[in-house]
Ligand binder design. Structure first.
Ligand code: LMR
Length: 397
């Protein structure tokens, strides 16, 4: 049976993880996969997560299944975190939320739900986008295409081209949007641009699928959710894939949720039934541990405040690292070509260097970034900022 299989090309980001692991140089620096690291280069367990996990383990009396919808306290918390407690769509009972294994599980379930609508729906993702969007969504049987998003020369959003491309889509098409923060560019739409996108989607009958993997790491928990709240006010149908990997540091626990806003309560109930059926035939019932930690934090005002403060500190540190890196690059290169890094948000920016320079960074300087030159600024320890700037100057000046 297996003889017919061709060798599989490695996934872009997993390939970087493998290459980094194989590098024996003690000074190696991993700026590939998107994980937050502290000044010592460690991805810490958040103190609030440790506290909640201990409390939860002491209290937990059973490891019985949680059901296809997952932990309902977790789902209610994530829904309120994303949409706010009194969003009109929630008040109108138009929203359903199902726990998933990570944001990937949410994206895949959303894609399978879209495929079930059976209309040969076209899905478009930004160019560039997170490399796993295409296989995740396409693997559910959807035809996935791109829309222009980013102008690499200026490090800014090519917004006129974005709007023009969305304007040409057939009604019913699904548009994948990154609420905050855009992966891989770090270039997010501003409030006026979100208004324009919401107006266009409403007028053209397009459906947004919002990837919300970094809530709290852009401009703050509330600010980062505003685009989703706007879309859910303006449009009859919205899908959201939310993740707790980054904002709770629960990467390996695989904690996420798919949120569906439907035209009315009846439609929302039917959508929930489909989501549960789709989950049942994929992973059956989701893993509990990480979601139970989040639910424990959500249920305790002191833990919730601690979480919010820890997350704020992470975000502020990333913003400071962005400024420091832009300044160090300006000093190395003698110009301001990398200033866009300071103005962008979240973990990532695209350096805009070519594939040969990316390879030279790894081979000659033991610095690993993604093949598209995406750098994980949240993974850059402070003592390494000048070293990164110097290495970039050596390979790309
Ligand atoms: C990333 O973009 O690096 C993260 O979302 C991790 C992943 O699964 O690719």
């Amino acid at each position: 049976m297996f003889q017919v299989l061709e060798p599989q090309a490695p996934d872009a980001l997993l390939g970087v993880m493998t290459a980094f692991a194989a590098d024996a140089d003690p000074s190696k620096l991993d700026l590939g996969v998107g994980v937050y690291r502290d000044a010592t280069g460690t991805t810490p367990v958040m103190a609030v997560v440790r506290a909640a996990e201990s409390a939860m383990l002491a209290r937990q009396s059973s490891k019985a299944y949680v059901g296809a919808g997952g932990n309902r306290q977790f789902a209610a918390f994530i829904e309120a975190l994303v949409l706010g407690t009194s969003h009109p769509a929630r008040v109108a009972a138009r929203v359903v939320t199902l726990q998933t294994p990570g944001g990937c599980g949410a994206l895949r379930l959303a894609a399978e739900l879209i495929a079930r609508t059976g209309r040969g729906t076209r899905v478009v993702v930004s160019d560039p986008t997170w490399p796993n969007h295409m296989p995740l969504l396409g693997g559910a049987g959807l035809a996935v295409d791109t829309y222009p998003y980013y102008d690499a020369a200026s490090g800014t959003i090519a917004f006129d081209a974005t709007l023009a491309a969305l304007e040409r889509l057939a009604a019913g098409s699904v548009v994948v949007l990154h609420a905050s923060c855009h992966n891989p560019t770090g270039a997010d739409l501003d409030a006026a641009q979100w208004q324009a996108v919401a107006e266009l989607l409403a007028r053209r009958g397009l459906v947004p699928l919002v990837d919300l993997a970094y809530q709290g790491l852009g401009d703050g928990l509330e600010a980062d959710a505003q685009p989703v709240r706007l879309l859910a006010e303006r449009l009859p149908e919205v899908l959201v894939a939310a993740s707790c990997s980054k904002n709770f540091g629960l990467y390996r626990e695989r904690v996420g949720a798919v949120i569906a806003v439907a035209a009315g309560p009846r439609e929302a109930g039917i959508v929930m039934g489909h989501l549960q059926a789709l989950a049942r035939r994929s992973w059956s019932m989701p893993p509990d541990h990480g979601a139970a930690i989040v639910a424990t934090i959500a249920a305790d005002p002191a833990l919730k405040a601690q979480w919010s403060a820890e997350l704020d500190a992470m975000r502020q540190r990333i913003t400071t690292l962005r400024s420091r890196l832009a300044s160090a690059l300006a000093a190395e290169f003698g110009d301001r070509r990398f200033d866009f890094i300071a103005g962008q948000r979240g973990m990532f920016s695209l350096l805009g260097i070519d594939a040969a320079a990316v390879r030279a960074l790894a081979a000659e300087h033991h610095v690993y970034v993604a093949p598209d030159s995406r750098v994980n600024i949240a993974g850059l320890p402070e003592p390494q900022v000048e070293r990164l700037a110097g290495a970039l100057h050596a390979v790309a000046a």
